[in-house]
Write a protein that binds this ligand. Structure first.
Ligand code: MG
Length: 454
């Protein structure tokens, strides 16, 4: 059976030729333009920047969305092939009224999507997202007449603009003095051009693999352990200091240590936070499913961690509201507001290379300094009422624990935690358990299984 077009807070996602085509994309662009005009009181013409990852369908969708925006009277600046965080930086630093990224992130090649950002660089909040969705579904567009149509211009220096912002927050000279050898796997996504600018400025020797932005992904694109075995071998064979793996739109980063060991995406944020907290005191924001490592690191340096519902926009919003000095998600997404409120694999690379340089340590020793946990993730079918019932039962089973119910429920105990939540896009529940060892984690997994079976 054909999958349904998904319309969520972060935009629209579908399969090209099946449920997503140029006509739908143009209408979605027009819906976003119509929404922007209704929400921003401005005499001047509104403008939106738009970029795309490297998927073969990217140019087609970008043109269609841009046409839809122009038909609503919105000017468009096309930044072309770009990482998602690069679009975010262009948006916030050049003062656009909105931003769009044509990407389906780590999903397979047939997928693509239209990701929306408002002027602050963050995805629309649920209320605004619902309005945009309704305009799209009702076709309640507000097209303009001929002389008021939006115009399309191009911008070809967004990568440079983005990397310049990163270079301002890190010590380029100390990193360059180390002459790091870096293996970079951009999975033939959008990440390589900007990563090349960054790593060359940082004096790194780059061993580039899968660096052609063709959108023909060289391996399953999510930067998880199973998908990066070859990269681990390449890091080892080249005696490199570190291996970096980006996802297709380069907002996530996974790390391979100098021994060719995949250290897990949770460590990307943990290492970045370790580095930031060393010199600055403040708070971090991370979603409820992110490892406790960041809390341990924060405690050592009198910093604090704000936990948010899952979803990049929730983390970014909490960071902006609380002026957080670092934040992100356990999937390798690091956010530093000095660059932009978007998960950014380039920021993560810069901070981690700076940590290695300033501490004069290899990745494996830096990882070894952070107390390790065992983490287990699973999902199972549950409709909304089953999900709610399970959450209530889990809450009562662990009523003595610290409980956060801002997104499903997260139960924090002395020796571990568990988070169960309903997916926003499919009738499943996700469970994540983390504990100091497998036996303890198994105890909590078993407790939830027992409740489910009753
Ligand atoms: Mg992504």
């Amino acid at each position: 059976m054909a999958e349904k077009l998904i319309i969520s807070v972060s935009g629209l996602r579908g399969i090209i030729g099946e449920n997503l085509d140029a006509a739908i994309a143009a209408q979605y662009g027009c819906a976003f333009g119509t929404y922007l005009k209704s929400s921003i009181p401005k005499d001047k013409k509104l403008s939106v920047c738009i970029g795309r990852d490297s998927r073969p369908s990217g140019q087609m969708l970008l043109s269609a969305v841009a046409s839809g925006l122009c038909s609503a009277g919105i000017d468009v600046v096309d930044i072309g092939l770009a990482a998602t965080p690069t679009v975010g930086v262009a948006l916030t630093s050049m003062g656009f009224d909105g931003g769009i990224v044509i990407t389906a992130s780590h999903n397979p090649i047939p997928y693509n999507g239209v990701k929306l950002l408002l002027a602050d660089g963050v995805a629309p909040e649920p209320e605004a997202a619902a309005k945009i969705r309704q305009i799209f579904i009702d076709k309640a567009f507000e097209p303009v007449g001929s002389v008021d149509c939006g115009k399309i211009a191009c911008c070809d220096n967004a990568n440079q603009l983005h990397i310049d912002k990163i270079l301002k927050i890190i010590d380029v000279d100390i990193i360059a003095s180390k002459k790091f050898k870096v293996v970079l796997d951009s999975v033939n996504g959008a990440g390589f051009p900007a990563a090349k600018i960054l790593l060359e400025k940082l004096g790194c020797e780059i061993v580039a693999v899968n660096n052609e932005p063709t959108g023909l992904f060289a391996h399953t694109p999510e930067p998880t352990k199973d998908n990066l075995k070859e990269l681990c071998d390449i890091v080892k064979q080249n005696n490199a200091d570190i291996g970096f793996a980006q996802d297709p739109d380069a907002d996530r980063l996974a790390i391979i240590d100098e021994n060719g060991t995949y250290i897990g995406e949770e460590y990307t944020l943990a290492l970045a936070a370790k580095h930031i907290f060393k010199d600055r005191t403040g708070s971090a924001a991370a979603n409820l499913s992110t490892s406790r490592m960041i809390d341990d690191i924060a405690k050592q340096t009198n910093c604090t961690v704000i936990r948010t519902p899952v979803g990049e926009a929730n983390v970014a919003k909490a960071m902006l509201d609380n002026n957080c000095i670092i934040g992100g998600e356990g999937n390798g997404g690091v956010i530093d507001l000095r660059v932009g409120p978007v998960r950014d694999s380039f920021v993560a690379m810069g901070l981690i290379l700076e940590l290695m340089a300033t501490e004069d340590k290899q990745v494996s020793s830096l990882v070894g300094e952070i107390p390790a946990y065992y983490m287990f993730k699973d999902k199972f079918k549950a409709d909304p009422s089953q999900a709610q019932a399970l959450i209530e039962q889990v809450k009562s089973k662990f009523s003595n624990a610290e409980i956060n119910t801002s997104d499903g429920c997260r139960i924090d105990l002395a020796d571990g935690w568990l988070h169960i939540r309903a997916s926003n896009t499919e009738p499943v529940m996700r469970i994540i358990v983390e504990a100091a060892d497998k036996a303890t984690a198994d105890k909590y997994i078993e407790a939830v299984s027992k409740i489910r079976k009753n």
